[in-house]
Design a protein around this ligand. Structure first.
Ligand code: HEC
Length: 459
């Protein structure tokens, strides 16, 4: 941080000339104090305003100096606990390279907190960055990435949710309208704007199509049914607050067949006023006609419920499941799913030679944020056949869990948010042995090149 650097600078001066002239430690002069205009506004613009603006999903707007000052104590609390921005993966373990990383850097956090702990000066208004321009929150977010609207849009049917009612599950089946075989490059999924995100707890979209027998699909299906939960070969996409969608790496994607249909499973919960004709829709970007990617990506649900969820009142419960990969695979993402007692979930690999690696862990799970952590292509776990994946879930049913509605209740598996679940959604791209060997060689070459560059700069 700026101030720290100056302090160190003062020390260096102190050694070089005489300590009588330069005070140690140097008091932070007005020049070194972070100001809103110069130091804080860019952080708030770049990391908060996309959601904290009128009409977006957050409860209050952080568009002005005055607003940020007004909410200072709450902002301090949320950013230091790393609850805001909503990026709850453990930054001290596992893979840290993600396509959609939302976290503040350590430096940004330090600057923001230093400012919040000071008398929060505005500073020189001339330093203020121009207002940030945001994509329309009601528009398709991937439209900018691809330079065109989705090639195919598949909405669920409209549903009207009463002001007060128990949770509802709505399961309409709708045609995709596709008349030829096509491969999918990206899928965005979103509830209707602006009330949809407030009442949709989560939504699943299953792709129903007639497919010839395929060993990998069969395995995906049998795994899903043996772990007695939804999922399976046909699961196309899942949505919960915090998720935009998925973009598959070049050369990988999902297959859609003519005449296919989407079976929706939308979990609604009421917000105290009626919401009319709400729906969820899929925006699908396709690979060019006739293009067949080398690999097919499958969304898989990995349970971490072990022998079943049995969460006694006042206790922390740990459950675990393991899965051994029959083919080499690349894992594209990690998205834990639990409810109000969810505390943490990890995904580890035990390689065929016995070595273990913690791939990712969410240590501070927040049940109202189902963030999908999407690995950078060069960082996505690349696993040989015979690797065992270990999923571990922790549920905290003690009074220390601030999200716990009642720590005197026994809790078991169930659909309602007061019941529990424990699984991770992971997009798995199976590779042939040759593709796996080539991918490993590419990673090794990349690592060697980076080492060389590092040595080069050290010399
Ligand atoms: C992806 C959208 C998103 C981003 C990015 C985001 N927030 Fe939030 N924020 C929300 C939502 C939604 C809530 C309300 C639900 C919750 O608390 O989880 C919230 C809640 C909060 C609260 C608590 C409000 C209260 O009622 O007490 C604070 C404070 C906050 N955010 C600050 C920030 C700051 C500061 C940043 C940037 C450093 C930020 N948020 C980034 C969406 C976001």
């Amino acid at each position: 941080m700026r101030r720290e650097k100056n302090v160190r600078g003062a020390g260096a001066v102190c050694l070089a000339i005489t300590c009588a002239i330069v005070a140690w430690p140097a008091p932070a002069g007005a020049q070194d104090q972070p100001t809103y205009a110069r130091d804080v506004a860019p952080i708030i613009q770049g990391n908060c305003q996309v959601c904290h603006q009128p009409g977006s999903i957050a409860p209050m707007s952080l568009m002005t100096y005055e607003a940020v000052k007004r909410y200072a104590p709450r902002i301090r609390e949320k950013v230091t606990a790393r609850l805001m921005p909503p990026w709850h993966i453990d930054r001290s373990v596992g893979i840290q390279e993600f396509k959609n990383d939302m976290a503040l850097t350590d430096e940004e956090l330090e600057t923001l907190v230093a400012w919040l702990d000071s008398d929060m000066p505005l500073g020189d208004e001339a330093d203020m960055p121009p207002p940030a321009v945001f994509p329309d929150p009601s528009a398709w977010q991937f439209e900018e990435t691809f330079g065109r609207p989705p090639d195919l849009i598949v909405p669920s049917e409209p549903y009207t949710l009463a002001a007060k009612t128990q949770d509802k599950w709505f399961t309409p089946t709708v045609p995709t309208g596709l008349t030829e075989e096509r491969w999918v490059k990206a899928i965005e999924i979103r509830p209707s704007w602006p009330d949809g995100p407030k009442i949709v707890h989560h939504a699943l979209a299953f792709l129903i199509q007639q497919e010839d027998y395929d060993e990998m699909s069969a395995e995906t299906a049998s795994l899903a049914s043996s772990s007695r939960a939804m999922g399976g070969a046909g699961l196309f996409m899942e949505w919960a607050v915090g998720k935009v969608g998925e973009i598959f790496p070049d050369g990988a994607g999902k297959l859609m067949l003519p005449g296919s249909r989407i079976r929706w499973e939308v979990h609604y919960h009421a917000i105290g006023r009626e919401v009319k004709d709400s729906y969820v829709e899929l925006g699908i970007w396709l690979y060019p006609e006739g293009y067949v990617p080398q690999n097919r990506t499958r969304l898989r649900m990995f349970n971490a419920t072990g022998d079943g969820l049995d969460i006694p009142p006042g206790r922390v419960a740990v459950t675990q499941d393991t899965y051994t990969l029959r083919w080499p695979a690349r894992l594209e993402n990690f998205q834990p799913h639990m409810h109000m007692r969810g505390k943490a979930m990890s995904m580890s690999a035990i390689y065929p030679d016995g070595q273990k690696e913690l791939l990712s862990q969410v240590t501070n799970f927040q049940w109202n944020w189902h963030v999908n952590y999407i690995y950078e292509d060069h960082a996505a776990p690349l696993l040989p056949a015979g690797t065992t994946l270990v999923f571990t879930a922790w549920h905290d049913n003690t009074p220390e869990n601030p999200n716990n509605p009642d720590h005197t209740q026994w809790v078991g598996w169930g659909d309602r948010t007061v019941d529990e679940m424990a699984h991770a959604w992971v997009d798995v791209t199976y590779l042939t042995d040759e593709q796996y060997a080539a991918a490993v060689a590419e990673r090794e070459a990349r690592a060697a090149e980076q080492n060389e560059n590092r040595e080069g700069t050290n010399r």
